[in-house]
Each structure stands twice: as structure tokens, then as C-alpha cells.
Design a protein around this ligand. Structure first.
Ligand code: CTP
Length: 409
């Protein structure tokens, strides 16, 4: 991937993940970009300006009022004009809060305020700080300014806790940067729209070595996401465990359980279009064991509790103009059951499929579906590739959005 001739500002703030910025600078330079690093003074506690200055081959800027310098007052404005893209990685809760409220107390925040280029913010912090309503609200504010947010990953954090908040690896950030730069020029029927797709099965742990799951391969969801990105949408794919490769131009979030899938979807619940293809477990073991269960001659009873119906939750509080698409996996009374799901989950469209139908089995490249719309019409599609099913679904959704936006006589 080439970023030849592109001007990138990299903002580094004071979190433990700042150490990853050295690798990020190296990869950006390697792909041909010119990189100007702006560090907050706290960032310098985690990584030295000398390291980043040497790698970027440019002076590191930090203070808005440099001590030993004169005649450089408009540097933040000039930098904002120079850059093709401004990425902040890692972005701490503190810097996110400052940006949300227009504060400009460092070279980094002042330049962000002055910048005319797209801004990409990569939050990284402790899980509880990330999910705090203040941080979430601030991120929503940034999104409303048009800033792009690259979701942190789920995993082990510096605190030793497991949760959301880990900075994605530098290679993923570079690929997101190049997609953002491509997206600036990209057109398509879904340009400027955000599409959230879920895919795959979930796994519900019984003990550390066993789980309850299903046969979903994730192919249908990956196909919808690929089509959405091709049609110009910013596409977020939340997926359970699969062996599939991420299609180009997609932000992928890996999850395991239904609970994790709900949390990830909830982060992006404001998407313009949501397509839930995932085969989410309806039940999860009520008390997963900490240790591997040993066998005995006794019968074992596994107590299960309900998971959240993610789609139903989204249907309860949808924002106006949002389109919600569900899938109905049925092996008998398909149409009748799908009609009930369409209504009870408050959807615009439900895609009925039966894994027992010829050409529609789990893991196949093809599917055979019927589309059921909110207005009562139904459309049976013949056997076709999953990519084509994805195309038809998104074309129908685009038509609905145009109809909704056109004032009636
Ligand atoms: N779904 C969901 N959360 C769940 C279960 C299902 O969001 N906990 C979504 C699926 O992604 C799909 C739709 O709801 O888009 C229908 O899923 P399906 O498995 O067909 O039906 P259920 O609602 O689970 O009902 P049942 O299993 O009784 O058929």
C-alpha cells in the first residue's frame, strides 16, 4: 500500500500505547508518507521525542508557545493546511475530552482545531475509562464534527484487566489511514453513510475449554460488508469467530460471546444502516465454570440464561432515518416466523433463509433467500452467490432511503 507524497500529522498523547507510535511512524515513512509528529508533554513521559524525531526525520512539536523560538506563531494553522490527514494514536480520554470541547492548549490540540483535513482518532485507555459515559459522549461529539474514530480492540490491557481499550496494531492503523485517504475521493451510492454488519456465530463458554456455538461460517455477513464498502460506505464488521479474511476497506471488530457482540454493536448503534446476519446464541451458560469440568457417572444439567436480543434492542430505540435489516434462520414455517420477527424486532427488512434448502447450507458460497418488507411485500430471490444476495439487499435499502428522503405530494 503506497502513501507516496501524502502528508500525515501523527498526534501522540500520554498513554502507555504511545510506545506503538514509533512503529507507526516507521510504517508510514516506509509507505512513502511525510510524517510530522505532534506530542503532548505527557506523551514524552512514555516515549522520547528523540526516538520519534529520528524516525520521522522532522522536529517534534509539542508546546503551542515554544520557549526558545520566535516567529512561529502560525505553525498550527500552517500544519493544518499542509496535512492530508491527521491521525491521533493513541488518543487518551483527556485529549478526546479536550478535542470535544474545542480546547487548544498544546500544538496537538490547536492544530486539530485549525486542521482542514480529515481527522482520525484512535482511542486507547483502560476499559472503564473507555466505556464511561463521559468518554462515549465525547466520542459522539467528535463523530458529529466529522472526525473518524478507529475503535480500540478488545484484549488484555496494561492494567492487567481484559476489556476494550487496546490500541490496534500499527499496521492496522496504517491500512485504515490509507482507506480514509482513498475514501476522501471515493464515490458510490453509500458514500458518506455508515453501515454496521454483524457476522458469524457466537461462542458461549461452559468452562475454559468448552463452549456452545452453531454452524454459521460468517460468509453471508462478510459478503454484505464487502458490498457495502464497495458501494462507498464506511463499513464496520462485528464478527464472531470465523476463518474468513477481512475484505478490503472494512473496519473489523472480533468478538466471541453474544454479550461481547452486543457491546460492540452498541458502540456503533448510530450507523445509518445495520445488517444483522450473525447467528447470535439465544442462551448462554448461567454459571460458566472457572476450571475444566471433570466427568462423573452422574447426569449433568447445564443451566442456561437468555442473552440480549441485540436486534430487538436496536429496534426499540432506532434513530430516525436509520434502516434495520435482520436475518431469519428458519427450518420450518419460515414465512410465518419471519413475519413475526419483522414486526416484533421493528425492522425495515428481514431476510429469510433455510439452511436445509438446496444451495443455502451453512458455509456455502450461495444462498436462497426471501426478502420481507415492513410494508408487507415479499420478494423471493433464486439461488445466487452470497455477494449477489448482499448486493440486492443493499440496493433495496438504498431505494428505501431515497423514498424516505423524498417528500410526498
Ligand atoms: N438476533 C440478535 N440477537 C440475538 C438473537 C438473534 O440480534 N440474541 C438477530 C439475528 O442476528 C437475526 C435475527 O435476530 O438478524 C433473527 O435471528 P434468528 O436466530 O433467526 O431468530 P431469533 O430471534 O433468535 O428467534 P428463534 O431462535 O426463536 O427463531
Amino acid at each position: 500500500m503506497s502513501l507516496g507524497g501524502k502528508h500525515i500529522i501523527l498526534g501522540v498523547t500520554g498513554g502507555i500505547a504511545a510506545y506503538k507510535s514509533a512503529e507507526l511512524v516507521r510504517l508510514l515513512k516506509k509507505s512513502g508518507a511525510e510524517v510530522q509528529v505532534l506530542m503532548t508533554s505527557d506523551a514524552a513521559r512514555f516515549i522520547t521525542p528523540l526516538t520519534l524525531g529520528t524516525l520521522s526525520e522532522r522536529e517534534i512539536l509539542s508546546e503551542i508557545f515554544p520557549e526558545n523560538e520566535s516567529g512561529s506563531w502560525t505553525k498550527h494553522v500552517n500544519l493544518g493546511l499542509w496535512a492530508d490527514l491527521f491521525v491521533i494514536a493513541p488518543a487518551t480520554a483527556q485529549t478526546i475530552a479536550k478535542l470535544a470541547h474545542g480546547m487548544s492548549d498544546s500544538m496537538l490540540t490547536a492544530t486539530a482545531l485549525a486542521a482542514r483535513c480529515p481527522l482520525l482518532v484512535c482511542p486507547a485507555m483502560d476499559h472503564d475509562m473507555f466505556i464511561h459515559p463521559a468518554t462515549q459522549r465525547n466520542l459522539e461529539i467528535l463523530e458529529s464534527y466529522g472526525y473518524r474514530i478507529m475503535a480500540p480492540e478488545h484484549g488484555e490491557l496494561a492494567s492487567g484487566l481484559i476489556g476494550h481499550g487496546r490500541l490496534p496494531d500499527p499496521a492496522s492503523i496504517v491500512s485504515r489511514i490509507s482507506r480514509e485517504l482513498a475514501g476522501v475521493e471515493k464515490n458510490g451510492p453509500l458514500a458518506g453513510r455508515t453501515v454496521l454488519v454483524t457476522a458469524g456465530p457466537t461462542r458461549e463458554p461452559i468452562d475454559p475449554v468448552r463452549f456452545i456455538s452453531n454452524h454459521s461460517s460468517g460468509r453471508m455477513g462478510f459478503a454484505v460488508a464487502e458490498v457495502a464498502a464497495d458501494r462507498g460506505a464506511k463499513t464496520i464488521l462485528v464478527t464472531g469467530p470465523t476463518r474468513l479474511e477481512t475484505p478490503k476497506g472494512i473496519e473489523r471488530i472480533d468478538v466471541t460471546t453474544a454479550g461481547e457482540m452486543f457491546a460492540a454493536v452498541d458502540q456503533h448503534r448510530n450507523a445509518d444502516i445495520v445488517v444483522m446476519t450473525a447467528a447470535v446464541a439465544d442462551y448462554t451458560p448461567a454459571e460458566p465454570a472457572d476450571h475444566k469440568l471433570k466427568k462423573s457417572e452422574e447426569q449433568v444439567h447445564l443451566r442456561l440464561k437468555r442473552t440480549t436480543d441485540i436486534l430487538q434492542e436496536l429496534g426499540k430505540s432506532r434513530r430516525s432515518g436509520q434502516v434495520l435489516v435482520g436475518f431469519a434462520l428458519e427450518t420450518r414455517d419460515g414465512l410465518a416466523n419471519a413475519r413475526v420477527k419483522l414486526k416484533s424486532k421493528n425492522l425495515d427488512l428481514i431476510v429469510l433463509n433455510n439452511p436445509l434448502d438446496e444451495g443455502a447450507a451453512f458455509g456455502h458460497e450461495t444462498n436462497r433467500v426471501t426478502l420481507l418488507y415492513r410494508n408487507g411485500t415479499e420478494e423471493a430471490l433464486g439461488k445466487m452467490s452470497k455477494l449477489d444476495v448482499g448486493r440486492v439487499i443493499l440496493q433495496r435499502v438504498e431505494t428505501m432511503m431515497v423514498a424516505e428522503a423524498t417528500p410526498s405530494e
